[in-house]
Design a protein around this ligand. Sequence first.
Ligand code: LLP
Length: 463
Amino acid sequence: MSRSAHPAGPRHADVLTEGHYSAPAADLNVLDEKVWSRTVTRDADGALTVGGITVARLAEEFGTPAYFLDESDFRARCRAWSEAFGPDADVFYAGKAFLSRAVVRWLKEEGLNLDVCSGGELTTALDAGMPAERIAFHGNNKTVAEIERAVEAGIGRIVLDSFQEIVRVAHIAQRHGVRQRVQIRVTVGVEAHTHEFIATAHEDQKFGIALADGQAAEAVRRALSLDGLDLIGVHSHIGSQIFDMAGFEVSARRVVQLLAEIRDEHGVELPEIDLGGGLGIAYTSEDDPREPHEIAKALSDIVTRECESAKLRTPRISVEPGRAIVGPTAFTLYEVGTIKPLEGLRTYVSVDGGMSDNIRTALYDAEYSVALVSRASDAEPMLVRVVGKHCESGDIVVKDAFLPADLAPGDLIAVPATGAYCRSMASNYNHALRPPVVAVRDGEARVIVRRETEEDLLRLDVG
Ligand code: LLP
């Protein structure tokens, strides 16, 4: 996922060969709009505000580290996706990126559907009042108990991921006297340009049923033959943090081709296709994500064209963006602790969180940016590595970035674009207390997921 590789100034000549970082912005006080949520600005004193509230006030009220989520930005992104795809398509927000009951309510109000992939996500969705028919259930190893719960709730669709699951879901549905709406997840053989662990449509991995060797066609045969299943379509998800639409185009073409083969063999035109999620966002100034309307147009054009040439009725399209909706809407606020300059290398800036609130840098070599947000500064840029407080040298939050050289303990710094896969992948490593998520909107801030406490830790430790 490394997209930036530009040299910095001569002060840092010894580390230039590593080349992970961009040149410092001309003025570190200027925020790059691309990586911050929409209501973020700097006030007259240079302090960052979100939803009209300064970070100093937020830090005082909610503490650090904490995730601050810009609710109006979240809602605007939901609307942008659903307007871009229009009434003839469905947008399912991928809950794995970040899910809470408040988020479920916002999704419901903004007319989105929801993709869940565990019993826990399903419970959260149902508890917050998402209608079951607007939920899709994913996963390569759903338990019988999870499938039972989903079927009992009247879930909108289950995305079948294996031959065993086809039979399992059919039996459970039959036992409940229903025909469960299902899709089959196929692996289309597209190698998306992203980190190996988050690319999912090549064949040598655990998700889906391969298209290439006829397995997907066989899965369709079996699903169509079982009374408990109502096969509504085919699903493909090719990976994450993808900028190039070419992978989606190949995937859409192959999925439509499968629909044509199904029509030829069974005389059935499946009414839906799901093209998954995976659209990239800007983590640094180097990233140039596409707008939802461009993505919607590219996908619907290719599906329409392929269907015309195969003489198929155009199926209803669904997509499952997670990161592209929630990722840009939040930042993590940290307080600066120890600052350690390493002569000729860089300065290590320790914060009060780390890999327990953002594992993505350690796990995927992900790139982030960072800014001093409690005040303005005219000091020279200094090359820094922002690290956490955990007992591991890989505990890095931002690998290479520039902060003003007068940075001091007690300053607040913020890492933008941490809305997706940070709180949802947070851990208690070193018995860290997972940070709260605070929603900010129109001058008001409220906790939507509270900070863990030491009592929470002790409560789980039953002695
Ligand atoms: N649909 C399916 C079937 C998926 O498996 C995923 C993500 C999505 C949709 C949503 O993808 P998104 O639009 O959010 O990229 N932990 C990794 C990402 C793993 C994504 C897994 N599946 C990360 O932090 O980058």
